[in-house]
Ligand binder design. Structure first.
Ligand code: GLU
Length: 932
């Protein structure tokens, strides 16, 4: 509605007003320390007059220098200016001087054009500076895109306090850990104490919100205190960052990101910049009151755009001496000129003389303000456009980054779209033709953990890097040869690799050393974990592994007593027994059936009355067992049927015996292994009462701590309740596993190393997870990619596996257990292996002896009864004869009359008496006991 009225009013003036020539004065109040502003102001007026203003109504600059921060001086000079009549006032750059001036302009209804960072802009003032809330939005977007979870805000009080408040509110209470530190003028330019506090803390990400006046000192002191290196990242929320000399920090490797509202390569910026340097060279004093309207300027304005194409060379490292205030003054002047150009007739806006001490006002002043707020103009700082609140809108800021090549644009932020990163922060622009490692000495922290880092075994006194050897030491050496850096080893005495304590919010061990900047790289069996990745960066893994169990080798159980039975299964033995009996039976039957098996027992008798068969059942058994045991017997089958059975049996026994013999050696030497645990489940279930643990606060322990699997959770609970079972180093754990009933949860690579040397230990079960070891370094380290690449190269060349073989299997007692295993394989058989055979022999002999003695006593007993002689006497006689141990003949003591006659005169009485049936079975040529 207001706008509508204003334009109607303007049309009325155009239609009816008289046209006359007059100057349109505009005033500038500037602080004594900012004299360059005045030159820019005049140059801007000059260019605006040329491009936009009618000749009859040129803009004329009225300027007044005020002492810095002196509000009285600024009010006084402003009033003087108002007395001369001005159409608009450009206010000073500091809050102290501008507040009063702004109120006076407000009272006199004179447009006040502000160019300050001001969170509390009061309408109807026009502030061309983007509102700090928008700048803070851009900072927040940057922090989010860099994924900072915690950071420090270093702010300057005064006008920057509301911005800080805004930022803190955006993050709420719980999301990020934000530390706020103030650096202020009251510190008289000495911010080192605050910076040292930051150094002692953990934050390496810092947002700086402050004025450009304090920034150079602050950055210098940041460097002096040691916070300007590759471990630190800064976001600087000041639109003048590009105006200060950043060269000393270009090579610091710290990541400095900033914002800017205009491109230093813009031709208008260059024009202003040239103007300033010319003015300086010529010792130019106050510029002419009247604008010099000339063709040359117009040319510069028109052609410059084509000639001055932005490129890296013109960039001067992205630095310019044109400050945001200068650029905004330029844009302000042009905005005013553009507005006046569009109001048609300017009579209405002819400035009037105003007195600060009366109630006079410039009635059309606020109309001009409204016109200006509804005008859009393409200025140095982008499109000048205001929203309904009168704040700048639709502006775009460049995201810039300091690199070794100077300031480089990496993206942009616009109030409507937000952040757009065109390329990831360029952490490093290579110097020296890409040799970023040249002259770089890394402090490499390691721990004395075999075989990654070990003290050399020598009688000589060694110092420095020479003291150490091992896989990690050699790897760093190889990398240094490839990349050309130097290194010094540091030792983590307590062997704590590092973990994050969520309660104390502290890191420990080697990771802490890296984060706090006491070491550049960490190498050992340092596992890459997601937790550690939050604090440090890792290279590509140089070794892959998983968690497993180190435990005593299973105890060898001696072979069983009857291990000679093992070559055949029980069934085979049973069937063998069955076959033996069946074949014996078939021989017995076939023998009886076959006529060829019936012989004349007395060959001298041609017509025998009886025939004799050699295959009695006992003889059949004897024949079969003789064949089975490869001994033979003197029984020879004669009939085709018995011969067939015998042949088949011999063939059968041949195969059986060969098979048995072939298998026997293996079974005699088999020693079964028994272990109470075979897996993590067994450990969790307490099998065999085996105690277990992992290295204290190591990645293995943390694996169980964070595990979701129920078994591992139980194991963690156990370990948590038994802190005495958590050794502080692998060596301690290994010693425990050797000497106690203790299983050490260890990483497979370290297990491999251990069991090469400690032959009584072994790995139990498979891997519980998969992970890798990497070299740790500070987050966002510029060296990470090259180190990773070099590790990949070493891997591809096979050097890593060679190194592994060397340190695992060859050096420091490697291969001891594989040699032992070889010598074990030629072990002789002992009594444990063959005891069963002896047992059978003894038992067989004893049984035979017992049987022999019983039979002997029984015959004596029968004889004593048959001849009615005392048993005792008979027994003693026989005993005496046996104990005499000599003589192969024996006298027959009790003879009957030879009534048995002709049948067999040489047959003994005893044998006739005892068992006639047995005698018939005796082979005729086998009788040894002949009558004397
Ligand atoms: N490699 C482990 C770590 O980086 C140490 C040994 C372990 O926990 O098994 O913490």
């Amino acid at each position: 509605m207001v706008k509508y009225k204003n334009w109607l009013f303007a049309i009325f003036v155009i239609s009816f007003g008289a046209v006359k020539c007059f100057d349109i004065n505009i005033g500038l109040l500037y602080e004594s320390n900012n004299a360059q502003i005045e030159k820019v102001f005049h140059k801007a007026i000059e260019l605006a007059n040329t491009a936009l203003m009618e000749e009859a109504h040129p803009l004329v600059g009225r300027t007044a220098e005020i002492s810095f921060g002196n509000s009285y001086d600024s009010s006084r000079k402003l009033c003087k200016m108002l007395r001369g009549g001005v159409a608009a006032i450009f206010g000073p750059g500091t809050t102290a001087s501008s507040t009063h001036a702004m109120s006076i302009c407000d009272a006199k209804e004179v447009p006040y054009i502000d160019t300050r960072w001001d969170a509390e802009t009061k309408l109807p003032t026009i502030n061309i500076h983007p509102h700090p809330a928008n700048i803070i939005l851009a900072i927040r977007d940057l922090v989010n895109s860099y994924e900072w979870k915690g950071f420090t805000i270093l702010y300057e009080s005064g006008p920057y306090l509301p911005a800080l408040d805004e930022l803190l509110q955006m993050y709420g209470k719980n999301s990020h850990t934000i530390t706020v530190r103030r650096y202020d003028l009251h510190l008289q330019g000495n911010y080192r104490n605050i910076l040292r506090k930051i150094k002692r803390g953990h934050d390496r990400k810092i947002v700086i919100i402050g004025s450009i006046e304090t920034l150079p000192d602050l950055l210098q002191q940041i460097q002096q205190v040691g916070l300007m290196n590759e471990r630190f990242q800064y976001i600087i929320a000041n639109l003048d960052l590009h105006t200060i000399d950043l060269e000393p920090y270009q090579y610091s490797e710290s990541n400095i990101t900033g914002i800017r509202l205009f491109d230093p390569n813009d031709f208008r910026v260059k024009l202003l910049s040239e103007h300033l340097s010319q003015a300086e060279e010529e010792g130019e004093e106050t510029p002419p009151e009247e604008p010099e309207v000339g063709v040359e300027v117009e040319e510069a304005l028109g052609e410059g755009a084509e000639e001055e194409k932005p490129n890296e060379e013109n960039n001067h490292g992205g630095k310019t001496d044109i400050t945001i205030q200068m650029a905004l003054i330029y844009d302000g002047v042009h905005l005013l000129a553009e507005t006046l150009r569009h109001v048609g007739s300017l009579e209405l806006f002819e400035p009037i003389n105003l007195n600060c001490h009366d109630s006079s006002t410039w009635e059309t002043g606020f109309t001009l303000v409204n016109f200006m707020k509804s005008t859009t103009f393409q200025g140095i700082t982008g499109e000048i456009k205001f929203d309904h609140q009168g704040l700048r809108t639709d502006f775009v800021m460049d995201i810039i980054e300091l690199t070794a090549a100077g300031i480089v644009k990496t993206g942009q932020w616009s109030s409507d779209v937000g952040l757009h990163i065109e390329r990831q922060p360029q952490k490093f622009v290579l110097e020296n033709g890409g040799r970023k490692f040249a002259n770089k000495t890394f402090r490499v922290i390691t721990a004395i953990t075999p075989p990654y880092g070990m003290l050399k075994e020598t009688s000589q006194k060694l110092t420095g890097n020479d003291q150490y050897e091992g896989f990690g030491i050699e790897l760093i050496h190889e990398l240094s040869l490839m990349l050309g850096f130097n290194y010094t080893f540091l030792i983590q005495e307590d062997k704590v690799y590092g973990s994050y304590n969520k309660e104390t919010k502290q890191w420990s061990g080697m990771i802490k050393e890296i984060i706090e900047g006491r070491a550049d790289l960490a190498i050992t069996d340092l596992t890459m974990t997601s937790d550690r990745e939050m604090g440090v960066d890792f290279t590509m893994p140089f070794m892959n592994l998983g968690i497993s169990i180190l435990y005593r080798k299973p105890i060898k159980e001696p072979p069983e007593l009857f291990s000679f039975m093992s070559p055949f299964s029980k069934e085979v033995w049973l069937y063998l027994g069955g076959a033996y009996l069946s074949v014996s039976l078939s021989l017995f039957i076939l023998g009886r059936l076959s006529p060829a098996e019936w012989d004349n027992p007395y060959p001298c008798i041609e017509e025998p009355t009886v025939l004799e068969n050699q295959f009695s059942f006992s003889n059949a058994l004897w024949f079969t067992i003789g064949a089975l045991l490869q001994q033979g017997s003197e029984i020879a089958p004669k009939a085709p049927s018995t011969r067939t059975v015998a042949s088949i049996w011999w063939f059968f026994t041949l195969i059986m015996v060969s098979s048995y013999t072939a298998n026997l050696a293996a079974f005699l030497t088999v020693e079964s292994l028994s272990s109470p645990i075979n897996s993590a489940e067994d450990l969790a279930n307490g099998a065999g009462g085996v105690k277990y643990g992992a290295k204290k606060d190591g990645s293995t322990y943390n694996f169980f701590k964070d595990a979701k699997y129920e078994t591992y959770q139980r194991m963690h609970e156990y370990m948590e309740n038994h802190p005495e079972l958590l050794p502080s180093s692998n060596d301690e754990g290994v010693a425990k596993a050797e000497n106690e009933n203790y299983a050490f949860l260890m990483e497979s690579t370290s297990i491999e190393y251990t069991i090469e040397r400690k032959c009584n230990l072994t790995q139990v079960g498979g891997l519980l997870d998969e992970k890798g070891y990497g070299i740790a370094m500070i987050k966002n380290s510029p060296y990470r990619n090259e180190l990773s690449q070099a590790i990949l190269n070493l891997q591809e060349q096979g050097k890593l596996s060679k190194m592994k073989t060397k340190w695992w299997k060859e050096k420091r007692g490697g291969g001891a257990c594989s040699q032992k295993a070889q010598s074990d394989s030629a072990a002789e058989l002992g009594m444990a292996n063959l005891g069963g055979v002896y047992f059978v022999l003894i038992v067989g002999s004893v049984l035979a002896s017992v049987y022999g003695v019983i039979e002997w006593i029984y015959i004596i007993f029968r004889r004593s009864r048959a001849y009615s002689v005392p048993f005792k006497e008979e027994l003693m006689d026989e005993l005496k004869f046996v104990l005499k141990c000599s003589g192969n003949t024996k006298e027959v003591k009790h003879r009957k009359s030879s009534s048995t006659g002709s049948r067999n005169s040489s047959m003994t009485l005893e044998s006739m008496e005892l068992d006639n049936s047995e005698k018939t079975n005796l082979h005729k040529g086998k009788e040894t006991k002949n009558d004397a």
